[in-house]
Design a binder for this molecule. Sequence first.
Ligand code: HEM
Length: 217
Amino acid sequence: MTLQSFAKKGVWLFIMLSATAISLLSLRFLLPNPPHVAPEILENYINHKTVFLAHVTGSLTALLIGPWQFVTGLRTKIPKLHRWTGRIYMITVLIGGIGGFIIAWSSEYGPIAVAGLALLSVVWLYVTGKGYLCARSRQFQAHSKWMLRSFALTAAAITLRLGLPIAPALGYEFDTGYIALSWASWIINLGIVEIYLRLNTSDFGGITKSSLTTIST
Ligand code: HEM
């Protein structure tokens, strides 16, 4: 195993573990009185409970399923499973994205956060829809690329939560960090995936089976 493929596997393992941890922690919103919730978020949750719960349930399922869709062994050995979990991913992004768009407008963190989160929802739905249409029309290279972008956006939930302690640690208000992350969490992820795709597509014009194998298996 080369150092590069070892590093890729390490990154993927970290993504899988943090996606699972954040999904499981988000399950607390399904409790009657969710614990450890910032007062601003609690306000939004109380005022828009049904949509908020739809958003959390859909999104945490997408985050839980997403990383497994890139495991080459699963995709090639059990393609039926990949297709079914892919359909579930699509539906959960649809629910999470529409719910996210609706609750974004009542975020207590102000207009910059509202704009960042609402735009993230629209881009998430668009990119995932493109990935689905490419699969339907059997353009599998393009499908892989769009789904990697889609998961980068799903994983904004990871970047946002990992980034939250940074602003207070630097002496800024928690709210300032939240507002910055409502944009940075997804723009950074999308940027990293675009660089990854460019580095891996120069020879092949598309994401290759081998490059996905090295990330994920
Ligand atoms: C990628 C697109 C997403 C968008 C646009 C989005 C949007 C939002 C919005 C607007 C809120 C309310 C924030 C506020 O009141 O200020 C929220 C909260 C929340 N979202 Fe998402 N979200 C996304 C992805 C996810 C994912 C993938 C998860 C999976 C775990 C998730 C789980 C949650 C949870 C648990 C909350 C409650 C607040 C918290 O614990 O931080 N979201 N989201």
